[in-house]
Write a protein that binds this ligand. Structure first.
Ligand SMILES: [Zn+2]
Ligand SMILES: [Zn+2]
Length: 161
């Protein structure tokens, strides 16, 4: 067993309280948005700026400690399950996200009909549907019913490449 601090060091990330707290928040709340991560980090270590949370998420994602998923029309979500190429099912109504294993074992797990000469190493698949809770409450079309605004990425200092 190695702690999260070791994990950061092994990936060449300088250990800070904020980065550790962000990593904990993502582990404890897979597929959470940056807003949710910020709330958890605040509960954990006290005041933290949104920018600090974004910076930490960016570094952790860059170094492969967490994975960023970005379903269409949804804010980016983060998870610490990075050691496989799993996919996601996203609820059209409330946006909740669950893991689903690859369509077929190894990458890219979906054979393209025409690879156009590319060497394809990944297929990013998002399954859309209606989650059980929303089925019970009656599906109200495509509007979300949680306090989640569509997020503009303009201020985001995400990693490039
Ligand atoms: Zn739902
Ligand atoms: Zn996942």
């Amino acid at each position: 067993m190695s702690g999260p601090a070791d994990l950061l060091r092994r990936h060449g990330v300088q250990v800070t309280a904020q980065r550790l707290a962000v990593l904990r928040a993502v582990s404890g709340n897979p597929h959470g948005t940056a807003d949710e991560v910020q709330e958890l980090v605040r509960d954990d270590i006290g005041a933290v700026s949104r920018q600090a949370v974004y910076d930490a998420l960016g570094i952790l994602a860059d170094k492969g400690l967490i994975r960023r998923i970005q379903p269409a029309r949804s804010p980016a979500r983060y998870e610490d399950r990075v050691d496989d190429n799993h996919h996601h099912i996203v609820c059209r109504s409330c946006g909740c996200t669950v893991d689903v294993d690859c369509a077929v074992g190894a990458r890219p797990c979906l054979q393209a009909a025409d690879e156009h000469g590319f060497i394809i190493d990944e297929a990013e698949v998002v399954y859309w549907g209606i989650c059980p809770a929303c089925q019970r409450h009656g599906h109200e079309g495509h509007k979300g019913h949680v306090g989640e605004q569509p997020q503009r990425n303009k201020g985001q200092t995400g990693p490039t490449g």
